[in-house]
Every structure is written in structure tokens, then in C-alpha cells.
Design a protein around this ligand. Structure first.
Ligand code: 13P
Ligand code: ZN
Length: 270
């Protein structure tokens, strides 16, 4: 069977980026077993012929009504699928879905009837929020970065912007490439609608990356490579913090003055 990606070079390029990021997640040790999930809004890559393709699954409920997703299309990692397998075969370990006119359900269209990730409520609710805001962001990433997740096991680091300040101060690139910092979402049941709603509240507080306490991160950006980069720079900063402490001292961190100078020089938010 021909893949829906055949002859659709722009769409294939987006899915290939997902596969590339999936490989990085595995290599970093952030994607044990089926850990983590990715969805990308591919509506802009759907041509007329693709729009007419029949569904290969029955309609399935999302669990929420998402009015801005009417007729939208997504590539989604499959539930239970491994990032390391998706890296080799994205269309056997993920699928393309379209949101139905009721805005509350979806059907799988291609290539195989792979059920989307269990975190679909969070991913789709965030995509709905981004479209409502007129955001150019089209990718959402959930992954389990070891050092960032470890931070959330302490109440101190779960306090608003405490981890952000520490991480930004470890190396100048962190604020430059993750200028909105790291939001914090208290522990909630994975895949729940409550977690989806709390994630949106945190993103709306002006974060591109939010932590799910004792679980993982959820990141948004224009494409999946940029979403990955934001998580990567934050986790690198956490590793520097740990490296300094394991060398037996408390890292100094950049000073307030150095941070202010950096923000001014690169026009970053305060
Ligand atoms: P899925 O395999 O359903 O995507 O779940 C992985 C995960 O990380 C859940 O939080
Ligand atoms: Zn997870």
C-alpha cells in the first residue's frame, strides 16, 4: 500500500522531522519503552486529494469539545509505540487523523489504523488553544527528560519560576533559547482531561515548556525540532547544575546583572 506521504514532499519533510526528533529522544534516554508522545498540526499540508481520503477507523471521542480544530489534521505518535521504532518507521508507529465536524471526535485516515497517543486530550487541547490565539506553533512534544523530571520531586523547584531562574543562570544559552522559562503543573493523572486543562493554563501563563510534576515535560513551538531544542537547552542547564553539585560545590549561577545584560542584548523578556 502506498503511503499518504508518497508524492507529498512537504508533508513527508514534517513527518521526517518527527522521526529525527524521536531518535534524539531515544538517544538521550528520555524515551524508555513507549515514553513520550508527539503530535503535529499538518492541516496546511493537506491537498484536495488527501482531504477526500476515506477514514480507516470508526470515529473516536477526544473527551473534549475543541471548536478551533474543526477539520484540522494531525500526525500523532501511536499509543504504546516506541520512539526508537517511530524513528525508523513513523507511519507504522503513528498515524494521521482528522477532526470531525462535531469538534469532539476524530477518525484515522492514514496509513494504518494506529491508535493515537493516550495523551491526545492534552495535545489536541493545546493545539486548539494555539489556533484560537492565532499562534504560529504547530508542534507539541511530551517527553521524560531525566534531570528535569528529577527536579520536580522537590517542592522547592515546583514553586513558580524558581527552577526557571536557576536553569537560566547556569549557561547564557538557556534564556536565549528558552526565553519564556519553565512552567510547573502539579501532579495529575497521565492522559486526563484535568491534566490537559492545567497544561493550557500553564502555557497561557506564557510558557512554551511546562513540567508535569514527577512525569515529564510538555513543549510547544513552530515545529517539532524547535520544541525539542527548548527542552534540550533546559535539560542541559539542569545537567550543569547537577555536575557542579556532584563536584562538591553549589554552582554560583550567573548574577542578576549578567542576566539583565543578556536580556537587554538579545531583546529577551525580563
Ligand atoms: P503513549 O504511548 O500513549 O503515547 O504514552 C506515553 C506517555 O509518555 C504517557 O504519558
Ligand atoms: Zn509521559
Amino acid at each position: 500500500m502506498a503511503s499518504v506521504l508518497s508524492g507529498r514532499l512537504a508533508l513527508k519533510a514534517e513527518v521526517d522531522k518527527v522521526a529525527e526528533v524521536a531518535q534524539y529522544l531515544w538517544q538521550k534516554g528520555w524515551a524508555e519503552r513507549n515514553g513520550g508522545n508527539i503530535t503535529i498540526n499538518i492541516t496546511g499540508f493537506v491537498d484536495e486529494e488527501m482531504a477526500e481520503m476515506p477514514a480507516i477507523s470508526a470515529p473516536r471521542a477526544i473527551g473534549k469539545v475543541l471548536p478551533h480544530l474543526k477539520g484540522a489534521w494531525f500526525y500523532c505518535k501511536g499509543t504504546g509505540k516506541r520512539m526508537r521504532d517511530l524513528a525508523r518507521e513513523p507511519m507504522a508507529n503513528g498515524s494521521i487523523i482528522r477532526i470531525l465536524p462535531d469538534c469532539a471526535s476524530y477518525e484515522i485516515v492514514a496509513d494504518e489504523p494506529v491508535a493515537p497517543t493516550s495523551e491526545l486530550p492534552s495535545h489536541l487541547a493545546v493545539h486548539d488553544y494555539l489556533l484560537a490565539k492565532g499562534s504560529p506553533y504547530r508542534a507539541t512534544l511530551h517527553t521524560h527528560p531525566i534531570e528535569l523530571v528529577a527536579l520536580t520531586h522537590s517542592k522547592k523547584w515546583m514553586e513558580k519560576d524558581v527552577a526557571t531562574k536557576m536553569l537560566w543562570s547556569m549557561i547564557p544559552e538557556t534564556k536565549a533559547f528558552c526565553p519564556r522559562g519553565l512552567g510547573m503543573v502539579p501532579y495529575m493523572l497521565p492522559s486526563s482531561v484535568e491534566l490537559a486543562e492545567a497544561t493550557i493554563r500553564a502555557i497561557d501563563d506564557d510558557y512554551d515548556v511546562v513540567m508535569w510534576e514527577k512525569h515529564g515535560v510538555f513543549a510547544v513551538d513552530v515545529d517539532i525540532m524547535d520544541a525539542f531544542d527548548q527542552v534540550d537547552v533546559l535539560n542541559k542547564a539542569a545537567q550543569i547544575f547537577i555536575a557542579a553539585r556532584s563536584m562538591g560545590f553549589e554552582p554560583e549561577g550567573m548574577s542578576e546583572e549578567q542576566m539583565a545584560q543578556l536580556s537587554a542584548a538579545f531583546s529577551l523578556p525580563k
